[in-house]
Structures are given as structure tokens and as C-alpha cells.
Design a protein around this ligand. Structure first.
Ligand SMILES: [Zn+2]
Length: 128
């Protein structure tokens, strides 16, 4: 389930591309009705797994002020370094990388959530 085996990459592959569509769990009133589109390029160099790419999703929520439904695109760039040896965990408690398996869904979820706006406003209540 949205896990990528990177053993080949770790044992001498040069780079690896991943394209996937993964469902995203709702978060604080923001729902993702369609799977997020994930594109990643992974490289293994000097003991680090470099993951670059982007995650895109369509989010649906309610305006904080009038509760009108609002839809918006969320796009997040991915630029992470992971430690395949597991000694340094950059994602806190998560298991984005477990052994030689990368959990694309978990990665996408975390990257997207970090890119969500602080508040949701409909067009009428957008202050800019
Ligand atoms: Zn509003």
C-alpha cells in the first residue's frame, strides 16, 4: 500500500522516480476528496536518501467566518533527507522510512499538512 522498495537504490542504484496517487486523511476540518498526486525523485548519496519532488492535492474545507464550503489546491515541494540506517529520524515518531521501504502515503500526508494554510477563508472573506 503505497510503499516503495528502495533496497535496489541503496545497494548501488543511481536514482529512482516514483509517481503515485495516495489518499490523504482529513485534518482539522480540511478534507481531501481525491487522492494526492505525488512525484518523487530519490537519490542515495553519502549515506543519505535524498527525496525531492512535489505533492499536490485538492482540499475542501469551510470558511472560518461564514462556513461556506471552500476548495483550494495545496501544493508542497518535497526536499527531504532521510537516513536509511535509521539512526537519525527526521520525521519524529513517523515511519516514513522503515528499513528499505519508503511509505509514500505517510510522506505525502506529512508534507501536505505542513503546507496547509493557517486559516481557511472563502473569496468574500479573503483579506489581501
Ligand atoms: Zn466566508
Amino acid at each position: 500500500m503505497h510503499k516503495v522498495e528502495i533496497g535496489g537504490l541503496l545497494s548501488g542504484g543511481r536514482s529512482m522516480d516514483v509517481e503515485d496517487e495516495v489518499p490523504i486523511e482529513p485534518f482539522e476540518g480540511i478534507a481531501f476528496e481525491e487522492p494526492a498526486r505525488v512525484r518523487l525523485t530519490m537519490r542515495y548519496a553519502q549515506g543519505w536518501l535524498e527525496v525531492r519532488g512535489s505533492v499536490q492535492a485538492r482540499a475542501a474545507a469551510a470558511c472560518d467566518i461564514c462556513l461556506e464550503p471552500v476548495e483550494f489546491d495545496v501544493r508542497a515541494d518535497v526536499e527531504e533527507r532521510l537516513d536509511p540506517s535509521g539512526d537519525r529520524e527526521l520525521f519524529g515518531e513517523s515511519n516514513v522510512l522503515a528499513g528499505s521501504r519508503l511509505d509514500v502515503a505517510d510522506l505525502a500526508q506529512q508534507v501536505l499538512l505542513s503546507a496547509l494554510p493557517m486559516g481557511v477563508r472563502c473569496e468574500q472573506h479573503t483579506t489581501e
